[in-house]
Design a protein around this ligand. Structure first.
Ligand code: PLP
Length: 447
């Protein structure tokens, strides 16, 4: 009997007791190969004495001070690390620390609103977001999220948000349409939505540069983000990049936006930032945004108790320094390409795998009932959930989700192994996943 209000009330979960590289061990001694880092969190795996030491050293010196009264060295050094590595054009921005990705999204939306008030544009309050986005579970973050099923119970509590489609090539690119033309068409939906809402009322556009949990690692089409940037600039709309899941190296660069050659005005990061060794998220505000505050009220109108937590910041700093010192982003790119190759070999011939997509160590397979028509399996079959359970029983942790087609139907399996993963472990992940998926498909096709 558990006194925890678990996500599933009727299920008894194994108790995890130990981490060992890319493996988690439960109380019965069963080992699980971690191919998803929980939810793309544990990017350094599960046993890093150097990170524990950095956190313990900070704890021994000082654990917590209120951010309204003091700064602390770990938070300062981490901010400098992040801002000085931000994409070109971001300028001398500043970092604001929070405890979760959802909190960071709330703070980012409020910061966008404050920016416009400081600039004397109080009518700018509307947010535009993409269908099928995931931005977190607190009310404003859920409101900008676009997953129908997750929003449904709370709908009456959610603010209204402008919507455009996600840049989901597998389902939205037209036959014969080039990648560039597709990217432009998807980005131009933002122009149309801004016009529909009234450009002078729009505060910000928010998106995941590489889609995460709800759509399953969809990278942007060529030129898409650049075009979005142009549209935002033309209308004085702030661009908020939610890099909570895809950032901090997951796609092979520290910031997911780097390969697009574009900067956002506000960036949110979490998950890989402290790699699960501490709960930490951050909002990075570009120079443009910081200047508006500095030349306006001179204050940030938003605060939380655990902002700039020194032990969490010390852990994150040690994580990011380790990623850099060990050149782990090169491994993300190398093993990401290897993972993709193995997925194509294992699942390419399978008539029920419609799409294999992703970037770096952030890859997804999407399952379909019919490859020709791309029709998904009925949601009632619970395919994604069955794959998750069967994989865990087989000692493999993956991150399947349902609803990628319309918020209800559609099944995909997301993989996000730690950046330290080896080629042999990738081979093992794909081999087990193949058996699990084939067994689950056989069952789904039978009943
Ligand atoms: N934004 C994105 C892109 C995410 O993937 C998530 C979580 O999965 C969040 C925000 C919310 O983060 P958290 O669960 O830490 O609140």
């Amino acid at each position: 009997m558990s006194y925890i209000l678990h996500r599933s009330l009727g299920v008894e979960l194994p108790v995890a007791v130990k981490g060992d590289g890319c493996t988690i061990v439960d109380a019965d001694g069963k080992r699980y190969l971690d191919a998803c880092g929980g939810a793309a969190v544990s990017c350094l795996g599960h046993s890093r004495p150097d990170i524990y030491k950095a956190i313990a050293d900070q704890m021994n010196a000082l654990a917590y001070v209120h951010s309204g009264a003091f700064s602390n060295a770990a938070a300062e050094e981490l901010a400098e690390f992040l801002i000085t590595r931000s994409p070109q054009g971001f300028g001398t921005g500043r970092a604001l620390y929070l405890g979760s990705g959802s909190e960071a999204m709330e703070a980012a939306l409020k910061l966008a609103r404050q920016y416009h008030l400081e600039n004397g544009q109080p009518e700018r309050h509307r947010i535009i977001a993409r269908n099928m986005a995931y931005h977190g579970n607190t009310l404003a973050a859920l409101a900008v999220g676009g997953h129908a099923q997750r929003r449904k119970p709370y709908q009456p509590l959610l603010m209204e948000v402008g919507r455009i489609p996600a840049c989901y090539a597998y389902r939205l690119q037209e036959p014969g349409e080039s990648d560039e033309a597709f990217g432009r068409r998807m980005a131009d939906a933002l122009e149309a939505e801004i016009q529909r809402l009234g450009p002078e009322t729009v505060a910000a556009f928010v998106f995941e540069p590489v889609s995460g949990a709800t759509l399953g690692t969809v990278p942007p089409a060529p030129g898409y983000v650049r075009r979005l940037r142009e549209i935002c600039d033309r209308h004085g709309v702030l661009m908020i990049a939610d890099e909570v899941m895809c950032g901090m190296g997951r796609t092979g660069t520290l910031f997911a936006l780097e390969p697009e050659g574009v900067h956002a005005d506000i960036v949110t990061i979490a998950k890989g930032l402290a790699a699960g060794f501490a709960p930490l998220a951050a909002v990075l505000a570009s120079e443009k945004v910081v200047t508006a505050l500095a030349e306006g009220s001179g204050t940030l109108w938003n605060g939380h108790t655990y902002m700039s937590h020194s032990a969490a910041c010390a852990g994150a700093l040690a994580v990011l320094k380790a990623i850099e010192a060990e050149d782990l982003l090169a491994n993300v790119r190398r093993q990401g390409a290897h993972l993709r190759q193995r997925l194509i070999e294992a699942f390419g011939p399978n008539p029920h795998i419609g799409d294999i997509r992703g970037r770096g160590l952030f890859q997804t397979i999407e399952l379909v009932a019919d490859r020709e028509t791309k029709v998904p399996f009925p949601a009632g079959k619970g395919l994604a959930a069955k794959i998750k359970t069967r994989a865990q029983n087989a000692g493999l942790l993956v991150y399947p989700a349902a609803g990628c087609v319309d918020g209800v139907n559609g099944d995909h399996v997301l993989l996000a192994p730690p950046y330290i993963v080896t080629a042999a472990q990738i081979d093992e992940i794909v081999a087990i996943l193949r058996q699990v998926v084939e067994a689950c498909l056989a069952e789904a096709l039978k009943d």
